[in-house]
Design a protein around this ligand. Sequence first.
Ligand code: MN
Length: 502
Amino acid sequence: MLINEEDTLTIEDVLKAFPTKLKSSNQKLIIKAFALASEAHKGQKRANGVPYIQHCLAAAKILASVGMDARTVVGGLLHDVPEDTDITLQEIEKEFGQDIAFMIEGITKLGKMKLQVDVQEAKLENWRRMFLAMAEDIRTAYIKLADRLHNMHTLKYLRPEKQRRIANETMEIYVPIANRLGIGKIKSELSELCFMYLKPEEYKKTKEIRDRIVRKNETYIDSVINLLNKDLTSKHIKILSVSGRIKDLYSFHNKLKKHGGNVSRVFDTLAFRIIVTDEASCYRVLGEIHKQYTPLPGRIKDYIALPKPNGYKSIHTIVFGPEGTVIEIQIRTQEMHNEAENGIASHWLYKETSHGWRQYLSPKRQEEEDRKQVEWARKLRDWQKDLEGNPDEFLEGLRVDFLKNHIFAFTPNGDIIELAEGSSVVDFAYAIHTEIGNTTVGAKIDGIMSSLDSIVKNGSVVEILTDKNRKGPSIDWLKFVKTSHAKTSIRKYIKSLENTQN
Ligand code: MN
């Protein structure tokens, strides 16, 4: 976990989170930003009653942990200052210069995006703004993600309906962005938290299964790490590191679902990562592994030759490993690894100057970096084109498997209601509140009067018309409602009615 919501953070924790030692000028800059943020947020509290500055420190710590530079961490400390305090953007510019003020301005603009009545359009608008902000200054997207990650960690202090709305929005917008930016750590943490709030039952079940696997393989992982390291080193391959992991919870859930809940069909639950010095060594390692352990046919993926759309590079193979256990092995260079872990940020990682981030590129790698910058700009343009060309399809493509059998509809206030596919407006009403379900007399879908058995489609805005004097739900509704929540609520009501009549 990048952050633990129970911890009380200090600015020391932020400074310690940097993977390399900071220059003293940068340390001073961060401490100065902390002083300003503390003063500005003085007296403000978070929903759980802790001082607001804890949120700023948490965002800053996350940014430092994923390899962002000192100035972006300053952005994390100051990200809520112009929006929520008396200190203005002009004052920030005076104290910290144009570059940092520009970054904070980008975040403040993004902060204003909210789901509105026309939800589909609002969502597109949110995307557009996010893209524009990213294209202008990619650091704003990182700060926004760090901000959201800490908000997700402290979601339990909010009202349940707010929890769901925020978790939904995070799953729809922030998880895909973290994925597109290739920030694996933030993506897996965000999606796990969303999963916990959106599907508490499934979350619990999946967690139990995964915890069991964790317990069973405690010693296995360490022994395989040692074995791989020893074997490959004896073949005179320079190994930088070998590590092992159990698949993160949400990805594990998706895979499990794909294979009908059959754990033994999820081949990459246990994965080992071998980091080497250069590309040629990646292929040598692959050869050695296959010599020793039988590979599963058709399971070799060469993302070095064919990188994933987000730029991810590695070789993956699935083999019958030590003791016959099926394991995945990922092979990559240190550079590929940095990119996979920290995304685009890795390009300016460890390169600090006191100027704008564009100057962080080391002269030695200038050419390489330039190429990547161009590639990044091109990718952004492509996404924007996708968005304008066929927005529905684009958004659809960004959604993860998990959302496949679910639809999202919206209340006129823009609250998101998640339903099973094929749900009726009555299901929708019960999903808002049992009392609303019980007093439903009619519904408008996208402004059009619709019968109670009408099916709610993805993205529609549903207005439920209620009448307090209505004497509860009709037994006929049971013929068309889809969700178990609606069914049990209707039955319960009818039963209570029978009881009072007797
Ligand atoms: Mn914030």
